[in-house]
Design a protein around this ligand. Structure first.
Ligand SMILES: NC(=O)c1ccc[n+]([C@@H]2O[C@H](COP(=O)([O-])OP(=O)(O)OC[C@H]3O[C@@H](n4cnc5c(N)ncnc54)[C@H](OP(=O)(O)O)[C@@H]3O)[C@@H](O)[C@H]2O)c1
Length: 299
C-alpha cells in the first residue's frame, strides 16, 4: 500500500461550506496519561499534528477538557496560524475534576466558559464546529431533553462564536429534538467494527446528509483485538487497525474517521487505510463476528 493522498475522498457537511476529508485526526491521545496533564514529549505531539497536516488531513477533533486545556494549547503551538481549509471540531458539556473524573458541565455558565476556553486556547475568533457532548450512562447515550444546553449553544452561535453545531453521545430521539432548535451537521458517538449499536442511526443520518464521526474507531482505551481482524489483515498485507478503519470507510459514505494516536508511525499507518479495499467476504466475516454473543466476539 502506498501512502494514500486522497484520504478516502471527502464529505460536505449539510448547509455549510465545510468539506472534510474522510480521514481526520482525533487529538485526545496527545494529553498525558488518563487524558490529564502534559504528554511526556510535547515535541512528539507537535510532530504528530504537523505530520497530519502534511499528509492532507483537514479535520482535527479535540476538546478543551483534554488535559484540560493542554491538548488545545499544543494544537495552537503546532499549527497556528491555521491552514485555511483546516476544520477544528471541539466538544463541550463536561469538565474534569482534579483526579481526572469526567463530570457533566451543561449549565449555561459552564457552556459559555467552555466556548471561551476553547477560543482562547486554540487562538480562534470562532469555532467551526462545536459538539454538545451529553454524559449518558456507562453504556452510552441515555434519553433526556437536550433543549436547555443546546439552546445556550445556539445563542453562542448567533453571537458568532460558533459556526456549526453537532452532537455527541446522543440517541436518534435527541437528534430529532435538537433539530427543532438548530441545524445539526454531525453526530459523534461510539462505534467501531465490534461496537455496532448505532447501525440504524448511521443509515438514517446518511439519508439526512449528516456526518457520523465514530469515537473509539480503534476501540479507544481497549484497542480492538480479534482473530478475524488478524487473519483479514494477514491476507490483505495490512494491519488489524487498518482493516478496522477500512471497514468503517466502507460501512457508509457519511462516516468520517478521527483515529487517535500519539505516534507519527501509527498516523501514517492509519492514513493508508484509505487505499485498503476490503473484499466482500472479509466484510461478511467481520459482520458475522460482531453479531456473535458478546463473549465470543471482537473486543
Ligand atoms: N465524543 C466523545 O465522547 C469522545 C470520546 C472519546 C474520544 N473522542 C475523540 O475520538 C478520537 C478517537 O478516539 P480515541 O483516540 O480515544 O480512540 P481510538 O482512535 O479508537 O484508539 C486510540 C488508541 O489506539 C492506538 N492506535 C492508534 N493507531 C494505532 C495503530 N495504527 N496501531 C496500533 N495502535 C494504534 C493509540 O495508541 P498510540 O497513541 O500508541 O498510537 C490509542 O491507544 C479521540 O482522539 C477524540 O478526539 C471523542
Amino acid at each position: 500500500m502506498s501512502l494514500a493522498t486522497n484520504l478516502s475522498g471527502s464529505f460536505t457537511l449539510p448547509k455549510s461550506l465545510l468539506t472534510l476529508k474522510r480521514i481526520g485526526y482525533g487529538a485526545m491521545q496527545l494529553a498525558g496519561p488518563n487524558v490529564m496533564g502534559a504528554p511526556r514529549d510535547v515535541d512528539a505531539a507537535v510532530a504528530v499534528l504537523r505530520e497530519a497536516i502534511a499528509l492532507g488531513i483537514n479535520h482535527i477533533d479535540t476538546s478543551d477538557f483534554y488535559g484540560p486545556h493542554i491538548t488545545n494549547q499544543i494544537i495552537r503551538q503546532a499549527l497556528h496560524p491555521y491552514p485555511e481549509n483546516l476544520v477544528i471540531v471541539t466538544k463541550v458539556g463536561a469538565r474534569r475534576s482534579a483526579d481526572g473524573s469526567w463530570l457533566p458541565a451543561l449549565l449555561r455558565q459552564d457552556l459559555a466558559e467552555a466556548i471561551h476556553d476553547n477560543l482562547r486556547n486554540l487562538g480562534l475568533d470562532a469555532i467551526n464546529i462545536v459538539n454538545l457532548r451529553l454524559m449518558g450512562d456507562v453504556h452510552g447515550p441515555s434519553e433526556g431533553s437536550l433543549a436547555e444546553p443546546l439552546t445556550t449553544l445556539a445563542e453562542l452561535k448567533k453571537q458568532g462564536l460558533i459556526r456549526h453545531l453537532g452532537l455527541s453521545n446522543v440517541t436518534p430521539t435527541q437528534l430529532a429534538e435538537a433539530q427543532t432548535i438548530s441545524e445539526i451537521v454531525c453526530v459523534q458517538n461510539q462505534y467501531n467494527v465490534a461496537h455496532r449499536e448505532d447501525d440504524a442511526f448511521i443509515d438514517d443520518l446518511a439519508k439526512q446528509g449528516i456526518a457520523y464521526v465514530p469515537f473509539f474507531p480503534l476501540g479507544g482505551f481497549t484497542p480492538l483485538q480479534s482473530s478475524v481482524l488478524e487473519s483479514a489483515a494477514k491476507s490483505l498485507d495490512a494491519t488489524p487497525m487498518q482493516v478496522a478503519l477500512a471497514w468503517l470507510l466502507q460501512r457508509s459514505p457519511n462516516i468520517l474517521l478521527i483515529p487517535g494516536t500519539s505516534s507519527v508511525e501509527h498516523l501514517r499507518e492509519n492514513i493508508k487505510a484509505a487505499s485498503l479495499q476490503l473484499p466482500q467476504q472479509t466484510v461478511a466475516d467481520l459482520n458475522a463476528s460482531a453479531a456473535k454473543p458478546l463473549a465470543d466476539r471482537l473486543t
